[in-house]
Design a protein around this ligand. Structure first.
Ligand code: NZQ
Ligand code: ZN
Length: 385
């Protein structure tokens, strides 16, 4: 554990009214392209605040970045950036808009076929346009990390890339902009942040008590605050705490110097690519099954999680572990996110196609021990029916 690098250059501006700070953050002479999704930022007033802050600037707009942003759509934005000579990107929206903007930033000056960025997971990125973000959906952590997930619809391929060149220069987090989230996205966001924390925590002991306790703090806060966001949607403090949890869950902090898993995410991405489930829905389905199937190799951390997060300290070890996993699953359901494939109308027929996709994408040795083979993924999918 005591040998690692930690790098995060993204400046965070947190709080109500901070969108006005765009006037200072976006370089005065920049030719800006503002990118957003399907229109939620218009109806909740976010776009108006952005316009007010950037009045008088050179500003073009690219709407229509869809959830699970597609390569096909993003390449249209790349053309617009080139045609208009834009030199600064501003993402306003959730993880999909921010991820999409990262891809556009890297693709604009990429030599060769930009899909190669996904094929090489970002290792071939040599430059990227500068960009900032205004976050409207706490979930992915994309606002303070250098990762991105892009889907090529024509191939049913959902692929990840990352590059130190793809950190946002800044991100504005105004919790009041999340009041308008539909219940489904509130649940999705909490489940995604919870899953990010588990992917970096639920592995094996690494003599890293600081990272463990940061992670447990995030898990406990999400368990406490998540249901409140459903019950009292206009509570600023609740929204703020969830927003900060989601950012901290995937900005490098809790993952520095510890083993990572990410098998659940990789299996989940295939479920989204093939069957259109929301990202967090896939995690809610796969994570409980993943923990059950891999209980032995995760035993020590499962016991720690049971004790410190769910207060299960006494009695038979296996009973404690099973009940911690059950409580995790119940929590996802409490957040309104279903936790079985059947909950989304899917049957055992989906298992082989998902395994084929995993094989095609070389996802055949996943997890902290690289022992999540296709056989293990098959067992996990079977356990999530
Ligand atoms: O498109 P609009 O109209 O804006 O509506 C969006 C969208 O329909 C809506 N929404 C966002 N903010 C809102 C709002 N509706 C009302 N009020 C608001 N304030 O929410 C819907 C979903 O948005 P999306 O951006 O797709 O959700 P999310 O933030 O969960 O992002 C999911 C994407 O991020 C990727 C996922 O795979 C998925 O493609 N991930 C990115 C990661 C990263 N970069 O580190 C890590 C994650 O594990 C994840 O894989
Ligand atoms: Zn995620």
């Amino acid at each position: 554990m005591f040998n690692f690098e930690f790098y995060n250059p993204t400046k965070i501006l947190f709080g109500e009214g901070r969108i006005a700070d765009l006037a200072k953050l976006v370089p005065a002479e920049a030719r800006v392209l503002l990118l957003y999704g399907g229109g939620s930022i218009k109806s909740n007033g976010t776009l108006d605040e952005v316009h007010a802050a950037l009045a008088g600037r050179s500003l073009h707009e690219f709407p229509g970045i869809e959830p699970n942003p597609s390569y096909e759509t993003l390449m249209q934005a790349v053309e617009l950036v080139r045609a208009e000579g834009c030199d600064f990107l501003l993402a306003v929206g959730g993880g999909s808009v921010i991820d999409g903007t990262k891809f556009i930033a890297a693709a604009v000056n990429f030599e060769g076929d930009p899909w190669e960025i996904l094929e090489k997971r970002g290792s071939n990125i040599t430059s990227a346009l500068p960009f900032g973000a205004v976050l409207t959906l706490p979930a992915t952590g994309s606002e303070m990390n250098d990762g991105s997930v892009v889907t090529r619809k024509s191939l049913h391929a959902k692929r990840v890339f990352s590059s130190p060149l793809c950190f946002p220069k800044f991100s504005i987090l105004d919790p009041s902009k999340t009041y308008s989230l539909p219940v489904r996205q509130v649940g999705n966001g909490v489940v995604d942040a919870f899953a990010h924390t588990l992917e970096q925590y639920m592995t094996y002991p690494a003599n890293a008590p600081v990272q463990d306790r940061f992670a447990e703090g995030l898990l406990l806060t999400l368990i406490e605050e998540g249901p409140k966001a459903l019950a009292t949607p206009h509570d600023y403090a609740v929204r703020a705490n969830i927003m900060w949890c989601a950012t901290m869950a995937l900005n490098g902090l809790i993952g520095a110097g510890v083993p990572h898993d990410w098998a659940t995410h990789m299996v989940g991405h295939e479920l989204t690519a093939l069957y259109g489930l929301d990202h967090a829905q896939t995690l809610a389905v796969v994570f409980p099954a993943m923990l059950r199937v891999r209980k032995e190799s995760k035993r020590a951390k499962l016991l720690q999680y049971a004790a410190r997060v769910w207060d299960l300290r006494d009695g038979d070890e296996d009973v404690r572990i099973d009940s911690a996993i059950r409580k995790t699953q119940d929590f996802f359901e409490q957040m309104g996110v279903k936790t079985t494939l059947a909950g989304y109308g899917l049957t055992a027929e989906v298992i082989e196609p998902v395994l084929q996709q995993l094989e095609q994408h070389r996802m055949v040795k996943l997890g902290e021990h690289r022992d999540v083979t296709l056989a293990v993924s098959r067992a996990v999918l079977t356990a999530s029916l």
